[in-house]
Design a protein around this ligand. Structure first.
Ligand code: AMP
Ligand code: GLY
Length: 412
């Protein structure tokens, strides 16, 4: 099989690292890839959907796997389908479950999927009047894609007023913020569940804990993810039963009722409160850095799982009875202003873990940082502590200027 993977993060490296072990995979292309994918195949510099489509036709690509949400929301699958090109991922309509928070909230409300109470607004005046009547904190969300920055937890009415003004009048995220979802604040801890879809049914993986805040002890700004562990130690069987009954089953029912059949991923972003498990959002793609720990523990061959989904077959997911920890090493300043282009050294000293590059590229015979989340170090063990020791021991040998990482990933 000739496979094209779209994306350039650690998530795509983790998928590629598994696929490269599979004898059925004869060639992999990455648009645009990174320093790890460069070892597994060919990085190609393409971004427009039409460019990707022409490339897939020319190179006789058998399967395209889409990492990030933007190409799916922009209709990549719809365009590829016209040319009989296979894509693991939903069409534009179904991708709106991620691309439009107003659309997904309406879906959740229609099908009794357990979620935070929310109201959708298109009018600034109406939103402004509404926030006067609410309790705080209050969560204001830009409906469209805003690069992970469109959710603001407002502690006060003044903050909510400023946020809706920024989104709807100043339009700091362009059209993404002209429609808002304003919802109740849920207090609890988060968990990620990634499920495979074969077009008929959903097959969930084990739960994952993603560390979203930049600093130790969950201090500092939100990021794309500073580390992950699987399974999540906090997410109990009781939480899972709540998820299964009130989120998973109702989602499957809703997808069927709406005719939203797709072969790909649906990722449930969950908040667990004292009243049980709530759905915060759907992502219609693999998570990053969730995928890194799932691939470390998955016993199935990922290509079997994807092929079975594509062929509408049922799958039985199996995971090792171990713990996995992934540490994300970042550029100084991430997620704000960063300086990039520093040489990364020490890969050869990584002995107990897997090192996957993310925001890092080859430059001559060196590997240099070129993104916020530069590389991932992943290990497994019988306990979280065992996996965590391997990761931190190996991380201590990898260097680039101004790098930083959290010290508390997998520490419980
Ligand atoms: P979302 O993109 O909707 O998942 O929101 C991004 C992040 O904002 C989530 O991962 C949570 O940390 C936080 N968040 C979103 N909605 C809520 C809510 N209703 N209550 C508390 N935190 C939330
Ligand atoms: N780690 C969260 C995400 O991939 O959206």
């Amino acid at each position: 099989m000739r496979i094209l993977i779209i994306g350039e993060g650690g998530r795509e490296s983790a998928l590629a690292a598994q696929l490269t072990k599979d004898a059925r995979v004869t060639k992999m292309f990455f648009a645009n890839g990174n320093a790890s994918t460069d070892k597994y195949g060919q990085n190609v510099n393409l971004s427009a959907i039409t460019e990707l489509r022409d490339f897939a036709i020319k190179e006789k690509v058998d399967l395209t796997i889409v990492g990030p949400e933007a190409p799916l929301v922009a209709g990549l699958r719809d365009e590829f389908k016209k040319h009989d090109l296979k894509v693991f991922g939903p069409d534009q309509k179904v991708a709106s479950l991620e691309g439009s928070k107003a659309f997904s909230k309406k879906f959740m409300q229609t099908y009794d999927i357990k979620t935070a109470k929310a109201v959708v607004f298109d009018s600034y005046e109406d939103a402004k009047a509404y926030i006067q009547t609410q309790e705080y904190p209050l969560v204001v969300k830009a409906s469209g894609l805003a690069g992970g920055k469109g959710v603001v937890i407002c502690e006060t009415l003044e903050e909510a007023e400023a946020t809706i003004h920024d989104f709807m009048i100043r339009r700091i995220y362009g059209d993404a913020g002209i429609r808002l979802v304003i919802e109740e604040f849920l207090q609890g801890f988060e968990a990620s569940i990634i499920a495979f879809s074969n077009g008929e049914n959903l097959f969930p993986c084990i739960s994952v804990k993603d560390y979203k805040k930049a600093g130790n002890g969950d201090a500092g700004p939100n990021t794309g993810g500073m580390g992950s562990v699987a399974p999540s130690p906090e997410f109990t069987e009781e939480h899972y039963a709540d998820f299964e009954e009130n989120i998973l089953k109702t989602t499957i029912k809703g997808l069927k009722a709406e005719g939203f059949s797709f072969k790909g991923i649906i990722f449930f972003g969950l908040m667990i409160t004292k009243n049980g498990t709530y759905l915060l959002e759907y992502n219609m793609r693999f998570g990053d850095p969730e995928t890194q720990v799932l691939m470390a523990l998955m016993e199935n061959k990922i290509l079997d799982v994807i092929n079975d989904c594509m062929n509408g077959k049922n799958i039985e997911l199996k995971f090792k009875d171990e713990k996995a920890v992934c540490l994300v090493m970042c550029s100084g300043g991430y997620p704000r202003n960063m300086e990039l282009g520093f040489e990364i050294v020490g890969e050869e000293k990584v002995k107990h873990s897997q090192l996957l590059y993310a925001g890092a590229v080859k430059s001559g015979d060196k590997i240099v940082s070129n993104g916020g989340r530069v590389l991932n170090i992943i290990a497994t063990g019988a306990t979280y502590d065992e996996a965590r020791k391997k990761v931190y021991e190996d991380a201590s040998h990898v260097h680039f200027d101004y790098s930083f990482y959290r010290e508390d990933i997998g520490k419980f």
